[in-house]
Design a protein around this ligand. Structure first.
Ligand code: PAF
Length: 288
C-alpha cells in the first residue's frame, strides 16, 4: 500500500494505474476509521481494481466552535486498518497541499451549494456543504477516479455530491453504501467515540426515531406532521438528547415535503446532540 502526500504524486499514481488498464475507486474520508469506512473500501473494490482512500480532516467544512481541533486523528491505526482491508494507496495531504495559502488567504475561488443546503444539516451548519464540495471537487479532479464511494449516513452530503458531479460534468460515478450500524442500531460514526457510556446508550434513540418514520411511511402514512411527531416521540425517550432537527424532505431536491405522494422517494433525517456530541442519522424511503 502506497502512502502519498501530494496532489502531483496522487495524480501520477492514478494516471499510471489507468494506463495499465485499471479502474480507480476513491473512498474519501476524514480518518478515524470504523467498520462503516471499511464497508466503503470493500464496495470500492467491487467497482474498481485499484482502491485509493483519502484521509484529510477538511478545515473548510467545520464551522466556528465545531470539533475541528478535537476531531480524532489516529493515523497509525487508520493506516494499519487500510492495509488489512487491501487498499492500494492512501492519500494523506497536508492542509497547505489541499488549500495552497495563496488561494486560501485571498478567498479567491469558491464553490457554493444552492438550495440543496437550505434544510437539514445545511440549515444548522452554514458553509459546511460549500466546504465539502470544495474538497470533494479537489479530490475528484486530482485523482480522476472511475468511481467514488460515500456512506449514506451522510445522506444530504451524498445527494449534494451527486448533484455536484452532474453540475460540473465530472466523469466519476458516485456510489452510496448503506449505513453500518452497531447492534443497538446506532449508526457508526467517528464521532461516536466522544460519547461516555451513559450517553452512548441513549444514542440509539436516533435510529429508533428514523425507524418510527420509516415504518409509518411503509404502512402508507403520508402527512409530514404525524411522521415528524412520531420521530420526536421516540427521541424524547432519551433524557439527555437535544433534537436539532427531525424532518422529511424530497430525496432529490432536498426541499421539505408537506404530504408525501405515493411513489415519492423521501429522505427522513435527524440531527441531535448528546452532551456536546452532534450525531446524525437518516434513511431514504420510497412511499408505497
Ligand atoms: O464524509 C466525510 O467524511 C467528509 O465529509 C468527506 C466526504 C471526506 C469530505 O471531507
Amino acid at each position: 500500500m502506497e502512502l502519498i502526500e501530494t496532489v502531483g504524486s496522487i495524480r501520477s499514481f492514478s494516471r499510471a494505474m489507468r494506463c495499465k488498464g485499471h479502474r480507480i475507486g476513491l473512498v474519501p474520508t476524514m480518518g478515524a476509521l470504523h467498520d462503516g469506512h471499511l464497508a466503503l473500501v470493500e464496495a470500492a473494490a467491487r467497482y474498481a481494481d485499484v482502491v485509493v482512500v483519502s484521509i484529510f480532516v477538511n478545515p473548510t467544512q467545520f464551522g466556528p466552535g465545531e470539533d475541528f481541533d478535537r476531531y480524532p486523528r489516529p493515523l497509525d491505526e487508520d493506516i494499519a486498518l487500510l492495509r488489512s482491508a487491501g487498499a492500494h494507496a492512501v492519500f494523506l495531504p497536508t492542509d497547505d497541499e489541499m488549500y495552497p495559502p495563496d488561494d486560501h488567504d485571498s478567498g479567491g475561488v469558491r464553490l457554493v451549494v444552492g438550495s440543496l443546503a437550505d434544510y437539514l444539516c445545511g440549515k444548522y451548519r452554514p458553509g459546511h456543504f460549500d466546504g465539502v464540495v470544495q474538497i470533494v471537487t479537489k479530490l475528484l479532479t486530482a485523482i480522476e477516479p472511475d468511481v467514488a464511494v460515500f456512506g449514506l449516513k451522510d445522506a444530504q452530503q451524498f445527494v449534494i455530491i451527486e448533484h455536484l458531479v452532474g453540475a460540473l460534468g465530472l466523469g466519476t460515478a458516485i456510489v452510496g453504501v448503506e449505513t453500518i450500524r452497531e447492534p443497538d442500531g446506532l449508526a457508526m460514526s467517528s464521532r461516536n467515540r466522544y460519547l461516555d457510556p451513559g450517553l452512548r446508550v441513549q444514542a440509539a434513540a436516533l435510529s429508533r426515531g428514523i425507524g418510527a418514520a420509516r415504518e409509518r411511511i411503509a404502512k402508507g402514512e403520508q402527512a409530514r406532521e404525524g411522521l415528524v411527531t412520531a420521530m420526536h416521540q421516540e427521541l424524547s425517550k432519551a433524557d439527555d438528547l437535544r433534537v436539532q432537527y427531525a424532518d422529511i424532505v424530497d430525496a432529490r431536491s432536498l426541499q421539505p415535503v408537506s404530504d408525501i405522494v405515493s411513489g415519492q422517494r423521501v429522505l427522513v433525517a435527524i440531527a441531535a446532540y448528546l452532551g456536546t456530541t452532534r450525531l446524525i442519522d437518516s434513511a431514504f424511503v420510497t412511499a408505497p
